[in-house]
Design a protein around this ligand. Structure first.
Ligand code: NDP
Length: 402
């Protein structure tokens, strides 16, 4: 989706209003939002954090790698710098450097989802500047207005749909939930342990103008899963898309693996997918429509030492997908799978060196991030995926090409 001339004009108007309100010499907007056709090719060089040498010329800055994100998580407020030659309040991270020629500035972080996507900067070029409360308020308003414009530019491929994503509070599931919300779906997510992530996901979905429900649910528990799906239907009235994403990882030699380890791996992935798909099918069959997506893995195809239980579980999901797809297709329900390569979510706590070596071995020379996958999930859930049945997509940077 390209930004329309109207969107650009509206963003310009917001920045002009901010410049007028603060009387600043310059107001700049740096944002990296490739899916909206906006990038920061034309911005001034400014190092903001380790790993991000310069914004100039970079079209795909991985802001999540930046130390500034941790700072932002705790403090998503504008950063106010009265005098760049002296002391700065509040203290920015040491990595934050000033732009040459700017003597004072305010930086308003544009945060979408959990990502810092850009900055609105209000620059002063002559001497220190005491920023008033009104100045800071004007910047906050501009940030809100910009975020509203960017959110308003979302798609409609899932408009009116109700989607349930298990494990939707973190990692891949969170990326999928946010992408679905951006395409117009209302969201239910299931989580088991990390409640703050579930709560913040709800806020993020609501900020996109969609409804969200977070329910604690152990997908291995029949009672929990029944309550989950009942809760979704009670709240939203229907269920259109189920993403069976909840998963666990534990790499270990088979000689160290206990029966409990093996059973838990099978339970979370296979029993969980069975229970969630069964309860969803009971709702979708009378609706005569629905989509079910299962998370497999490339390890289902190639296996890996120390990943026997995980590989077996993911292999099971592959054939579960094919069988269920045939069974539910006559009811208007499409079942498909996604088998990602290594995605850098922390799911598999590998040493940095191992991750670097793995990335170097891939045709695409980098690890995947949730954002790299979400297009496949949107596609399979939307009308565009209407002729896909029992298929598995492989977003894996080219590691395997089954
Ligand atoms: P995360 O650890 O970020 O996500 C796992 C999610 O599963 C969490 O939200 C967790 O909830 C939830 N979960 C775990 N156990 C249960 C349970 N018993 N009941 C309900 N929810 C549960 O990892 P990823 O996002 O990376 O992984 C998501 C899926 O993608 C998994 O199925 C994984 O196998 C698959 N995958 C991941 C790859 C990768 O490299 N990351 C590659 C290929 C596939 P909570 O946060 O509350 O604990």
């Amino acid at each position: 989706m390209r930004p329309t001339a109207e969107l650009k004009a509206r963003l310009d108007a917001i920045l002009t209003a901010l410049r007028d309100a603060t009387g600043a010499a310059r107001v700049t907007f740096r944002v990296d939002l490739l899916e909206r056709g906006i990038d920061c090719n034309d911005v001034a060089a400014e190092a903001i954090a380790p790993g991000v040498k310069s914004l100039r010329g970079q079209t795909a800055i991985d802001q999540r790698a930046a130390g500034s994100i941790r700072w932002l998580d705790a403090n998503k407020r504008p950063l106010v710098q009265d005098d760049l030659s002296g002391r700065v309040e509040p203290a920015p991270p040491p990595e934050l450097m000033s732009v040459i020629g700017v003597t004072a500035q305010m930086l308003g972080p544009v945060v979408r989802g959990d990502m810092l996507t850009g900055w609105i900067s209000v620059h002063v070029e002559k001497g220190p500047r005491h920023w008033t409360d009104a100045d800071v308020k004007a910047l906050e308003t501009a940030v809100e207005n910009v975020q509203r414009e960017l959110d308003g530019a979302r798609g409609t491929r899932l408009a009116g749909k109700i989607a349930l994503v298990t494990g939707g509070n973190t990692g891949i599931g969170r990326g999928v939930a946010l992408a679905y919300a951006e395409e117009g779906a209302d969201l239910a997510i299931a989580w088991i342990a990390r409640e703050p992530d579930a709560r913040s996901l709800v806020t993020e979905v609501e900020r996109r103008g969609r409804k969200a429900l977070a329910i604690r649910c152990d997908v291995t528990s029949e009672a929990d899963v029944r309550a989950l799906v009942r809760g979704v239907v009670d709240h939203f009235g229907r269920l259109d898309v189920l993403v069976n994403n909840a998963g666990i990882q534990k790499a270990q030699p088979i000689t160290d693996m206990t029966l409990e380890d093996w059973d838990r791996m099978m339970a979370v992935h296979l029993r969980g997918a069975f229970l969630c798909s069964r309860e969803a099918a009971r709702v979708m069959i009378p609706q005569r429509s629905g989509r079910i997506i299962l998370l497999s893995s490339q390890l289902a195809y190639i296996g890996r030492p120390n990943y026997t239980a995980y590989s077996a579980a993911k292999g099971g999901l592959l054939t579960f997908t094919r069988a269920l797809a045939q069974e539910l297709a006559p009811h208007g329900i499409l079942v498909n799978g996604i088998a990602p390569g290594l995605i850098d979510t922390g799911f598999d706590p590998l040493p940095e060196e191992t991750k670097r070596a793995h990335a170097a071995s891939l045709p695409l020379k980098r690890l995947g991030m949730p954002e790299d996958l979400v297009g496949a999930f949107v596609f399979l859930a939307s009308d565009e995926g209407r002729y896909f049945c029992g298929q598995t997509l492989h977003p894996n940077g080219g590691e395997i090409m089954p």
